[in-house]
Write a protein that binds this ligand. Sequence first.
Ligand code: ADP
Length: 175
Amino acid sequence: MKTAIYPGSFDPVTYGHLDIINRAAKLFDKVIVLVSVNPSKPNCFFTLEERLDFLRRSIKSGLSIQHCGNIEVDSSDGLLIDYFKERGADVIIKGLRAMSDFEAEFQMALVNKDLFYKAETVFLAADVASTFLSSSMVKQIAMFGGDISAFVPPSILTDIKIKLEQKRLEITGKK
Ligand code: ADP
């Protein structure tokens, strides 16, 4: 039984993340999608509860996930490697969009391996269609009323749009 952990901020989840989850679920017996409460990224736009809920709904709605029975969504505010040991996991999954992702992710993989020799990191290359896709891009487009329906599943689209529209009104002083 091989367990993989896919950590990230998922602020919010996009089709790029869902593609990685979908492919990891075919490669491993169990995939834990871990929403990390990351002190180096303290400014997440969506709350932890929203990010978990968006992930669960996106996976459940089954649009991009054909086999979601072996996928679990969880969160952690501790060190990834401690969670990894606690869950008896085998692999950390990372998605690579471009060489720009590689440097930081490679360093993290080395650090995690140093902290715990059994922690192997597996990199999955992003799907060509989502190499340009990031959570921050989705937020920017939605905040200005742009169409994000090609980037996030319909089950969470409205909630994302509403919260970002509220934010835009706050920023522009129209609320
Ligand atoms: P970001 O790196 O955009 O802030 P996350 O922290 O949520 O987003 O990313 C979690 C993981 O998912 C990282 O390994 C990241 O490289 C990967 N990832 C993010 N967006 C995509 C995408 N469009 N395609 C493939 N992998 C992605």
